[in-house]
Design a protein around this ligand. Structure first.
Ligand code: SAM
Length: 223
């Protein structure tokens, strides 16, 4: 259940009829698709916090075996009505809850666009670990989130719909690394008339490489 998004789902659909607001967003998702299609892991892709499902449908259109998951029943209702050929599940971001991911199937990719921002920061490491548990080496994760430039912090912000936190990209990257993902690239767009904060798209791959033991690397403030 996601009371904030449940109450605005119809307005949200009207406000954001297109899957992408900027060319960078479109290209970042395109790069995610290309990475998942590279020879390597065969498995399912899950769009976490898929909302009205328009990006999930883009992934499906690109030929990926994708399901969408989202805690908002109203958002998923719109997704199901708009994209009847795509499986959706009303559930949280933890892979242990996903019946949309068939038993025994592995994750080839996870896309989480502007949805981890709504997960309380102390829960994010466990969520990332749940993805890593179902993903063999070479699987691909892309997270997109409102960010910040300085301070190595996680800061709550006044999101219009639900409690939300924006992340220093380095801190998100550290959490991914500790869960078993190695960052490949990140992009950061600057604030503009439509975006109050920098926005980060960060792509990482599942890796069994040893995690550097740097006790300082995950030091972040939660504000
Ligand atoms: C800004 S929308 C983004 C929707 C979609 N990912 C997109 O790119 O269009 C945020 C979505 O995150 C979902 N959400 C809220 N809390 C969440 C949580 N704890 N875990 C996963 N998704 C969550 C909301 O229901 C909403 O659909």
């Amino acid at each position: 259940m996601q009371p904030g998004y449940d109450s605005v789902a119809a307005d949200y659909e009207r406000a954001f009829p297109e899957p992408f607001q900027t060319p960078l967003e479109r290209h970042a998702v395109g790069a995610f698709v290309d990475s998942v299609k590279e020879p390597g892991v065969t498995g399912q892709v899950v769009d976490v916090g898929c909302g009205t499902g328009h990006v999930t449908a883009v992934l499906r259109g690109a030929g990926l075996p994708v399901a969408g998951v989202d805690p908002s029943e109203a958002m998923v209702g719109i997704a199901r009505a708009s994209h009847p050929d795509v499986p959706f599940q009303v559930t949280g971001p933890d892979a242990g809850q996903w019946t949309a991911l068939a038993e025994g199937h592995v994750l080839a990719g996870v896309l989480a666009r502007f949805s981890l921002i709504h997960v309380p920061p102390e829960r994010v490491p466990g969520v990332l670990e749940s993805w890593a548990e179902r993903m063999p080496e070479g699987g691909v994760v892309m997270v997109s989130f409102q960010a910040m430039d300085g301070g190595r912090a996680v800061v709550s912000f006044d999101h219009a719909v639900a409690p939300a936190w924006r992340w220093h990209p380095e801190v998100m990257s550290d959490h991914l690394m500790r869960a078993g993902f190695a960052e490949v690239w990140r992009s950061i767009s600057r604030p503009d008339a439509d975006h109050r904060f920098p926005e980060c798209h960060l792509l990482a791959v599942r890796s069994h490489a040893e995690i550097p033991q740097d006790p300082a690397s995950c030091g972040c403030r939660v504000e």
